[in-house]
Design a protein around this ligand. Structure first.
Ligand SMILES: *Cc1c(COP(=O)(O)O)cnc(C)c1O
Length: 470
């Protein structure tokens, strides 16, 4: 009676899904911090997990089934099951549900998420499904102000290897440029805001309108902002990608990524299921076949750090504003790129989009917060920038960001090295640019390290006076 047996498991699966949908609905009524702390893991789930009050880390590669009917129902995706940790995993599932709730906070419709092995696999899984049946002449329209890995994925893998026409938008604030580059052969529109490392912003709502008018989805890399400061879905984006490696896992204990999408995205590519629930479609089909699953151990690290996301983004943003103001007043610095400073192109756009979720002062006052990534150009070119960089005594020299520890890099020789001079010019990454991730240290100590390092340039020219404390 195998048919009958499978049906029993399908019914059991429906009850499981209904219970989870109910818990999701309960959490949707909670504040951002409450969601970040609990996700969908509740008392009932705890009692099914030895009473553990924190989400258990299921490091097992596979799930045992009661019998062949159970196995058949699970493997045919007829009931919720995790089966095998490349396909799904309970710990990873807790992370996905939390991410969907946080990124969907304040958004009216349904949102789903799939966790991936890295930010780059998230960018790949969010974009590759739109390139199916690549007729000659298809194109994508993307901001050139993007992460170096994204620049290479689009330019080399999609462009050079597959012949997709990559139409780079040079200035993401120029709405005319987005509109002009889109045509009937465009598959998706892609932006990163604020961008790494130039901190360029784009008006998500305006670009979403342009994309939707052409029947296209807008995909936004929101790694630098995190959902504590900006939730692109609420501004009209269809799909959000994250490197959860960064501020979401500020401890630095895990590489990971996520694709988070609203339901019913704007596209006429792919099957109906892809349009209806993009993240779930990706998880159940292309993801299973490509295999970019995140380790459940890494998922646990991210779940743990996510609990304090809003508090951390609040405090590190405040510190970063102080550091940005210090750098802006420094004689050896040409330009500071930080969405929070008024001299930054697009500061007004950033001021509209970047708010600390739920505000401060017991959730009363709404405040702008601009994150903890900035970059600055050192006067005297690449050599001067390297001199300063080599002098840091506390700020780590590493190609990393989002950390609770301050970390700096020179993108032209690291993250954006592979794309060459021309690619760096396109992406606005000059050789004297230092990218600084401001950590949780006291602002005085961060500024002291910068001050000591910048002093190396004091005697390099008689024309440059010693500076005061401005
Ligand atoms: C780091 C980063 C990525 C890639 O993420 P990984 O986790 O390193 O693969 C993508 N986008 C942005 C904005 C990033 O900073």
């Amino acid at each position: 009676m195998s048919e009958h047996g499978v049906a029993e498991y399908v019914a059991r699966g429906e009850a499981m899904a209904a219970a989870e949908a109910q818990q999701r609905a309960v959490m949707k009524t909670k504040k951002f911090d409450t969601i970040a702390v609990h996700g969908i893991y509740n008392m009932e789930a705890a009692l099914a997990n030895q009473g553990s009050i924190v989400e258990p880390g299921y490091l097992s590669s596979a799930e045992h089934f009661e019998n062949s009917d159970h196995m058949e129902a699970a493997l045919a995706y007829l009931m919720p099951a995790w089966v095998y940790s490349r396909i799904a995993n309970p710990t990873v599932h807790y992370l996905e549900e939390t991410l969907a709730l946080l990124e969907g906070y304040g958004f009216e419709g349904d949102v789903s998420a799939v966790a991936t092995s890295s930010g780059m696999s998230a960018v790949f899984m969010a974009t590759n499904p739109f390139l199916e049946k690549p007729d000659p002449g298809i194109n994508i329209v993307a901001s050139a102000r993007c992460y170096g890995g994204t620049f290479m994925l689009f330019g080399e893998r999609y462009g050079a290897e597959r012949g997709v026409d990559i139409r780079w938008v040079r200035d993401p604030l120029d709405l005319g440029e987005w509109a002009d580059k889109i045509d009937g052969n465009t598959r998706f529109v892609y932006g990163e805001t604020p961008s790494n490392p130039s901190l360029s912003v784009m008006d998500i709502a305006a670009v979403a309108n342009i994309a939707h008018a052409a029947g296209l989805p807008l995909i936004v890399d929101s790694t630098v902002a995190t959902p504590a400061l900006t939730r692109p879905l609420t501004f009209g984006a269809d799909i959000v990608v994250h490197s959860t490696t960064k501020s979401m896992t500020s401890s630095g204990f895990a590489i990971g990524g996520a694709v988070i999408a609203r339901h019913d995205i704007t596209t006429d590519i792919g099957p109906d299921e892809m349009r209806e629930n993009f993240a779930m479609y990706v998880k159940l089909l292309p993801f299973r076949d490509h295999g970019p699953s995140v380790s459940p151990f890494n998922a646990l690290m991210t779940i743990n750090d996510l609990r304090t996301l809003r508090h951390r983004m609040d405090s590190v943003s405040s510190t970063t504003m102080q550091v940005a103001q210090y750098l802006e007043g420094h004689d050896h610095i040409d330009r500071v790129a930080y969405p929070g400073v008024e001299s930054m192109p697009g500061h007004d756009v950033a001021a509209r989009m970047m708010w600390l979720v739920d505000g401060v002062d017991d959730y009363g006052t709404e405040v702008n917060r601009y994150g903890h990534l900035l970059s600055f150009e050192v006067k005297g070119g690449a050599a001067a920038a390297r001199k300063v960089f080599d002098r840091f005594e506390m700020i780590w020299r590493a190609t990393d960001l989002g950390r609770i520890k301050s970390v700096a890099t020179i993108p032209a020789i690291s993250t954006h090295q592979q794309q060459g001079d021309e690619g760096r010019e396109l992406a606005a990454v000059p050789p004297n640019l230092i990218r600084l991730n401001v950590g949780g240290e006291h602002p005085d100590d961060i500024i002291a390290d910068l001050d000591r390092a910048l002093a190396v340039l004091d005697h390099s020219s008689l024309a440059t006076p010693m500076r005061g404390d401005s």
